[in-house]
Design a protein around this ligand. Sequence first.
Ligand code: YSA
Length: 340
Amino acid sequence: MKKIVMDIDVIRKNAKRDIEAATSVKTCEDVRVQYLGRKDGELTAVLRALSSMSLEEKRRVGSEANALRVELEELIENKIKELSSKKIQRIDVTKPGKRVSLGHLHPLTRIDREVRDIFSSLNFSVVSGPELEDEYHNFDALNIPGDHPARDMWDTFWVKPRTDNGEEIKGAKKGGKLLMRTHTSPMQIRYMETHQAPFQIIVPGRTFRYEATDASHEINFYQVEGLMVGPNVTLANFKFIIESFFKRFFGENLEFRYRPSYFPFVEPGVELDVKLPGGKWLEVMGAGMVHRNVFNAVKYDKEMQGFAFGMGLDRLAMIKYGIPDIRLFYSGDVRFTKQF
Ligand code: YSA
């Protein structure tokens, strides 16, 4: 038979502990039955035993037991309210999981990687150079002296060097004024200043121009420079390399068109157009045989010759992915990037 607990303090302690520990409405009801149940409730048993007690005991125990009954009823009700207000979280193990959203590579990053891979497979090394350039490397050494009208081809962001206090640093510096490089061509000079031919390199990098933006022009865009120098390098080598590149980049069915053009750092200069199957002719790069004055600036031998080219990475990406406006690349809109 169940032992009847006659100590009200013990009942109070146990009942409060059980109410506190209850985790569901069902366990609350079990606690209610255990202590207040009509048949076997522990507190009910105390109340039932009152009849056999002396008058004085009846008064003391009776009022204490009744007060505890009211207290426990209230505690149980509150606990039930608390538990039913909490949303019961069920896990449906048959439900499909949440899709983890994956990051996307920016289309320019994709194109940049592809260009590097193709040229690496053609035995070109990939090098990079400073975005903050000086006038000498960006212009003079490339056969574009200060008074040369061709400087107008590159609208330039000139940079005024300042001290930490914001004061302008005056006085001529070696290399002349500072600027944000307007093309990747200054790396032709920097590379040849520190390396001997033969070599073949590409220089992917960011370039800057002080011009009005529209669907095909940005003030900040990317170029890839190419330079191959050696005693016997000719335009035929250029043709082979560049056509191999574009066939890998756009696909085999390409047509090429070479037009005479002018850049001060090449002679002769050409521009290359490509035509995708069923499409129209698209200008993709400027190129040519490196000008003797450029070799003179880096003190190369008379026997050296080579070709150089420069193309806009943004334009290549626009053609490849059918992107109508260059400004989308720099919009920071993930709805755009997500598509690649
Ligand atoms: C030419 C001959 C060489 O032997 C070597 C390099 C070059 C290219 C030369 N340095 C140059 O910058 N030529 S360019 O002014 O015609 O620009 C090259 C390419 O950059 C353009 O064909 C175009 O694709 C891209 N470009 C130019 N301005 C741009 C631009 N892309 C986006 N926004 C702009 N504002």
